[in-house]
Design a protein around this ligand. Structure first.
Ligand SMILES: N[C@@H](CCC(=O)N[C@@H](CS)C(=O)NCC(=O)O)C(=O)O
Length: 232
């Protein structure tokens, strides 16, 4: 019998790559074995090492990319759905149909929304930028609106389920918001107490801690990912 090949997840720099963080944390938390292939962000130009390595494997040349034997899955939502289908016993989406529909909706909302927050507060795990957070909130109303929406969304879902995570046990939705949790911490963005407690629980997850440790160990300052710092 042929042995199934190990899943391969291509990711970018852990300090900066918010999209990569989602499926990586999901796989770790679910206890699904995979091989991590880190493709350093030298730049996103067509002739960069990054692009040259990825364009052979994926039509978008972006991370994350999941390779399962001869199947390549790109784009985070598609990866999450593929994993949920491939590992039904892991219950990656909530079990309840209504909760599952809601979780899919919030992940889709995250996938295509929150652009003001994402643009003004890029993920940078090792950085501490509370002053920038305060300035951004003062000068960019869209960021405050995104933050309010997040607090409303998380607060509402947490109040409807028994916790500790959004839909009870850890699901794709928590992995989906993990990079936002990182941003809220880096930029010290204010959130209500219940949301702050949720953030603490997300940061304490072994899979999230392992990603943070990896990000801190990188020590790889990339100027093109740094709108606010001149050096580490
Ligand atoms: N919609 C994509 C976005 C992926 C994405 O933009 N990844 C960034 C790194 S976090 C990337 O690879 N950028 C390279 C580029 O823009 O060329 C997904 O969900 O996976």
């Amino acid at each position: 019998m042929m042995e199934a090949s190990l899943l391969k997840l291509y990711i970018g720099n852990k300090n900066y790559s918010s999209w990569s963080m989602r499926p990586w944390v999901l796989l770790k938390q679910a206890g699904i074995a995979f091989e991590e292939v880190m493709v350093r962000f030298d730049s996103f130009e067509a002739d960069s090492q990054f692009k040259r390595a990825l364009i052979e494997l994926s039509p978008t040349g972006k991370v994350p990319l999941l390779v399962d034997g001869d199947i390549a899955v790109w784009d985070t939502l598609a990866i999450a759905e593929y994993l949920a289908e491939a590992f039904p016993e892991k219950q990656l989406w909530p079990k309840d149909t209504k909760a599952r529909a809601h979780a899919r909706s919030v992940c889709a909302e995250m996938h295509s929304g929150f652009s003001a927050l994402r643009g003004a507060c890029p993920m940078n795990i090792e950085a501490s930028l509370p002053d920038i957070g305060a300035l951004v909130l003062r000068d960019q109303p869209g960021v405050g609106a995104d933050l309010n929406r997040l607090a409303e969304l998380w607060g509402g879902v947490l109040a409807r389920h028994d916790g500790p995570f959004l839909y009870g046990d850890f699901t794709i939705a928590d992995a989906y918001f993990a990079p936002v949790v990182m941003r809220i911490r880096t930029y010290a963005l204010p959130v209500p107490a219940a949301v702050d407690a949720y953030i603490g629980r997300v940061c304490a997850l072994p899979g999230v801690k392992a990603w943070i440790d990896g990000a801190l160990a990188e020590q790889d300052f990339l100027a093109f990912e740094e709108p606010y710092r001149l050096s580490r």
